[in-house]
Design a protein around this ligand. Structure first.
Ligand code: COA
Ligand code: ZN
Length: 311
């Protein structure tokens, strides 16, 4: 069966938008609960300015705790906004890092305090460093389906940015629908030329479910052969620089869709339900999409999960 890679970003993208600051020990508990559910790829933190994102101020402490608690080092990834963050991250055994370039000047200025050309330059520098250091680099193109400040962007503009980053050697270009303004037709228009030019293995999707179209977009992408998706436990999240953005597509919903499409995720939905409950209690948020609600309330016979997962 075809395997899909689900990057669980709740600990980073999810928690960075929560008003409550979680204790490092609680983040560690959540990370381990997610791992226990079979989520093998966790983006656990970001090495950003603690003044910009206080929720991530314990990036070093959490990284120490995680790498001490687990032997599965290759599973952890972190986001870095600049060279300083990259160097901080590499004091830990991370083998995969993410960087961000937003699609417009306004978004980059809010997010990174840089113009678009400066942000692009910064990412290109980090691509070079990562290639030298043997670190797998995922480059998020934020606002790829619409900017929180400047609205819709021409498809050609997004493709130019994506192609520049891929041609420079980004291991993975992640089209990020930061404010959930994307839709299947737009996703197809962006994905088709990139798949043709660079192959489906170097592309990923990061979807927010603001308007409920994350799963329809994911389905289009699955049909086009895409196998790399970000998702967030129970739909936790938002974006501090993207007013109105709701959380990422809920991990449990994406897992359910993928498994129903015949793709293997390796995720145990029952165990994931425990992680959702933990995330909800730690953040005091009402988490969980329809799949989570179904898991909670399903009739024991009609709602039973088939042994060996969903088929
Ligand atoms: N880690 C920790 N501190 C950092 C840092 C990093 N990677 N990069 C910069 N800083 C600190 C500097 O030391 C300086 O601290 P000081 O004011 O105590 O002296 C301060 O941040 C400002 O440094 P400067 O280089 O002028 O950066 P800036 O003000 O232009 O901010 C970013 C740029 C990228 C560091 C900041 O905007 C940021 O961290 N943004 C987070 C973006 C993000 O994660 N968005 C959500 C994900 S998409
Ligand atoms: Zn996001």
């Amino acid at each position: 069966m075809d395997q899909v890679v689900i990057n669980e970003v709740g600990l980073r993208d999810g928690l960075q938008n929560q008003p409550t600051l979680l204790a490092t020990a609680d983040k560690l508990r959540l990370a381990l609960a997610l791992q226990k559910a079979g989520l093998d790829h966790l983006e656990v933190t970001s090495f950003v300015s603690p003044r910009a994102i206080p929720q991530m101020a314990d990036a070093d402490e959490l990284s120490h705790a995680l790498f001490a608690a687990s032997t599965r080092h290759q599973d952890y990834a972190a986001l870095v906004p600049n060279l300083r963050g990259y160097e901080r991250a590499l004091r830990h055994p991370y083998r995969e890092l993410s960087v961000v370039v937003a699609s417009t000047d306004s978004f980059n200025r809010h997010n990174l305090n840089k113009s678009l050309p400066e942000a692009l330059d910064g990412a290109l520098t980090l691509i070079g460093c990562a290639r030298e250091d043997g670190v797998r680099l995922r480059v998020h193109l934020s606002g790829a389906m619409g900017c929180p400040y400047d609205g819709a962007q021409p498809i050609r503009h997004i493709l130019d940015l994506a192609e520049t980053l891929l041609a420079a050697g980004a291991d993975e270009l992640v089209l990020s629908d930061t404010i959930g303004s994307g839709h299947p037709r737009l996703a197809r228009a962006l994905l088709l030329p990139l798949i043709e030019g660079f192959g489906v293995d170097r592309l990923g999707l990061h979807l927010h479910d603001t308007r409920g179209l994350a799963l329809p977009i994911a389905l289009v992408a699955i049909d086009l052969g895409l196998r790399r998706f970000d998702a967030s436990v129970g739909g936790l999240g938002g974006c501090p620089y993207a007013p109105g953005a709701t959380g990422n597509v809920a991990t449990e919903s994406l897992v359910y869709l993928c498994e129903r499409e015949g793709l293997r995720t390796g995720v145990d939905l029952e165990a994931l339900q425990e992680a959702i409950a933990l995330a909800a209690s730690l953040t005091a948020q009402n988490l969980g999409g329809p799949v989570s609600r179904w898991l909670q309330h399903r009739c024991p016979v009609a709602g039973a999960l088939p042994a060996g997962g969903l088929s």
